[in-house]
Design a protein around this ligand. Structure first.
Ligand SMILES: [Zn+2]
Length: 291
C-alpha cells in the first residue's frame, strides 16, 4: 500500500525505528533504488523533521507540512550539483557546511538534504565529513546516493544507511537479516550469556547487515511493547519473535531494551572490530533486561 506521500508500507516499516522517537538520526544515507524513489524518501524524512503535529508525522495538514509540500519550508535545505557540472562545486559544499551551524528559522531541527553523493568528489566528501563528525545541534542530514560504494568509508561510518535496492541478492540478505534478528531476540531470554554472541556471529562484522539486523530487532521489540500495552499496529515480519519477548519481559524491560537497540543503532559502524562489536551488543542487551 502506498500512502499519500508516496511511501510504501514496507519502507515505512523500515523507517519506524528511525523516526518513532520523534527525532531523526543525525545523518541518514538513502542508497540504491532509483533517483525518484530516493528523493521522495528524502523529502518524506525532511517533512517528518519539520512537521509540528503531535500525532503521526508527517501529518500532511499542519502549516509546516503545507510549506514542505510547496517547497517553501525555510528549514528544509536541498543541495545538489550545478546542472552542467559533473561534480558539486567546492564552494557550495563549504557553504553547505557553514549553513549547518546556523540555527533554524521555525523548526527545532533543520533538514538538510544533500542529493546524489555520486556527484561529489572525495575532496568535497571530506569537507562534508567534518560536519558529520562534529554534529551541528540543529541539523539533520539526509544524504542520497545511487550506491553506498561511491561514498567514502569515513562518511559511511557516520551515517545510518538505508538501502532501498530491491534485488534478488537483497531479498536473500533480507531473509538472513530476519532470521538473525529473531535469533538474537530469543537469545536475549537465554540464561547463557554467550547466546547473543552466538546468534549474531553470522553477521559480517559491521556495516549494512549489522544495521539491518538492529533495525529488525528494534521492530520486534517495539511489537512486543505494542502487545504488552494491548495496542495495535504490529509491523514485524516475525511476529512469533515479538510474542516470545512479550511473554517473558516486563514493560520496563522492553522499553530499556528498545532504548538499548536504538542507542546501538546510532553507534553502529564506529567500532569496526567484529568481536568487540558483538560483545558490546551482547552486554548492552543483557544489561537492558538485567537477567
Ligand atoms: Zn505536519
Amino acid at each position: 500500500m502506498i500512502n499519500k506521500l508516496g511511501i510504501d508500507d514496507n519502507t515505512k516499516r523500515k523507517l519506524l525505528s528511525l523516526t518513532e522517537r520523534g527525532t531523526l538520526n543525525h545523518a541518514i544515507l538513502i542508497s540504491g533504488g532509483n533517483e525518484e524513489e530516493r528523493q521522495r524518501l528524502a523529502r518524506y524524512l525532511a517533512n517528518f523533521t519539520v512537521c509540528i503535529s503531535g500525532e503521526e508525522r508527517p501529518c500532511g495538514v499542519c502549516a509546516s507540512c503545507k510549506k514542505a509540500a510547496n517547497n517553501m519550508h525555510p528549514d528544509i535545505h536541498i543541495y545538489e550539483k550545478l546542472p552542467k557540472k559533473r561534480f558539486y562545486a567546492k564552494e557550495d559544499v563549504k557553504n553547505l557546511v557553514a549553513n549547518a551551524y546556523i540555527t533554524p528559522n521555525e523548526s527545532d531541527i533543520k533538514a538538510i538534504i544533500i542529493k546524489e553523493l555520486q556527484n561529489m568528489n572525495i575532496e568535497c566528501q571530506n569537507l562534508l565529513l567534518k560536519v558529520l563528525e562534529e554534529p551541528a545541534l540543529y541539523s539533520s542530514f539526509i544524504l542520497t546516493s545511487n550506491s553506498k560504494n561511491v561514498v567514502i568509508p569515513t562518511v559511511i561510518s557516520r551515517v545510518t544507511v538505508l538501502d532501498i535496492t530491491d534485488t534478488g541478492e537483497n531479498r536473500q540478505t533480507s531473509k538472513r537479516v530476519l532470521e538473525t534478528a529473531k535469533a538474537i531476540g530469543s537469545a536475549i531470554l537465554s540464561p547463557n550469556e554467550f547466546d547473543i554472541i552466538i546468534a549474531s556471529s553470522a553477521l559480517e562484522g559491521g556495516g549494512q547487515e549489522f544495521t539491518d539486523v538492529l533495525l529488525e530487532l528494534s521492530i520486534i521489540i517495539r511489537d512486543a511493547l505494542v502487545k504488552k500495552t494491548k495496542g495495535t499496529g504490529e509491523q514485524s515480519r516475525v511476529p512469533e519473535a515479538a510474542a516470545e519477548l512479550e511473554l517473558y519481559l516486563s514493560k520496563k524491560q522492553l522499553i530499556d531494551l528498545y532504548d538499548a537497540v536504538t542507542a546501538i543503532l546510532n553507534d553502529t559502524n564506529k567500532n569496526k572490530n567484529k568481536t568487540l562489536m558483538l560483545t558490546a551488543l551482547s552486554t548492552k542487551l543483557r544489561r537492558a533486561v538485567k537477567f
